[in-house]
Write a protein that binds this ligand. Structure first.
Ligand code: ADP
Ligand code: ADP
Ligand code: ZN
Length: 214
């Protein structure tokens, strides 16, 4: 099963992608996580990407397409994968489709997690990420057992720099301009799945499972 997650920043793509990957035993690939790991390790890619990410802008297509195409051709993707945060532009979607077609493969589902802009800012200001392992929590909706301590690795939690309100508004504008057109793209291809992302985390997942199958 090859799946793409669509939705605004903070809609819950990552939260659902992790649950999907676990249930269907497929790989979870988050371009945001890949960039953050590169920034932490101070790689050349990380340094380039950081200037865009900090401003709430998308990293240029040429820095992300080859990286993802190489990644989905790895052995642990043979059983399928869920792409979280890619594609984010029409050229990225086209490049992915082309690369897959060469191997007689295609995307099965593009799951759009729909959340209105008003809810997004609230979600983002409460999002907390583990500095060690990158796990995501929410102070109200997905709290850790112990305040400010990661449940899985005991790392400290922090607010991502790009989750500050002023950057969130910018990221939302970028989403509407550059990423939202993908909804039409996948509707035309016939593999769009719409899910109401304002429900509780488990209810959103339940709707996704109804479509993907038990
Ligand atoms: P969120 O989960 O809030 O949507 P991500 O963690 O997916 O954010 O991504 C963080 C940032 O990394 C984005 O704001 C963008 O700058 C960059 N990024 C991630 N994926 C892509 C992509 N496919 N194309 C361009 N930029 C990307
Ligand atoms: P994305 O990957 O789309 O940027 P995340 O999965 O990181 O979004 O979720 C953004 C924030 O909202 C996180 O703090 C997460 O714990 C929380 N969250 C995710 N899904 C829901 C939901 N259905 N209801 C309430 N909060 C949610
Ligand atoms: Zn952790």
């Amino acid at each position: 099963m090859r799946i793409i997650m669509l939705g605004a920043p903070g809609a819950g793509k990552g939260t659902q992608a992790i649950k999907i990957a676990e249930k269907y035993a497929i790989s979870h690939i988050s371009t945001g996580d890949i960039f953050r790991a590169n920034i932490k390790n101070e790689t050349e890619l990380g340094q380039k990407a950081k200037t865009y990410i900090d401003q709430g802008l998308l990293v240029p297509d040429e820095l992300v397409v080859d990286l993802v195409v190489d990644r989905v051709n790895k052995a642990d993707c043979e059983n399928g994968y869920v792409l979280d945060g890619f594609p984010r532009t029409i050229p990225q979607a086209e490049a992915l489709d082309e690369a897959l077609a060469k191997r007689d493969e295609a995307i099965d589902y593009a799951i759009n997690v729909e959340v209105p802009d008003e809810n997004i800012v609230r979600r983002m200001s409460g999002r907390r990420a583990c500095v060690e392992c990158g796990a995501t929590y929410h102070v109200v909706y997905a709290p850790t057992k112990k305040e400010n301590v990661c449940d899985t690795c005991q790392g400290t939690l922090m607010l991502r720099d790009d989750d500050k309100p002023e950057t969130v508004q910018k990221r939302l504008n970028v989403y509407h301009e550059q990423t939202q057109p993908l909804i039409n793209y996948y509707t035309t291809k016939g593999n769009l799945v719409e899910v109401d992302g304002t429900m509780d985390i488990e209810d959103v997942f339940g709707k996704i499972v109804e479509v993907l199958g038990e």
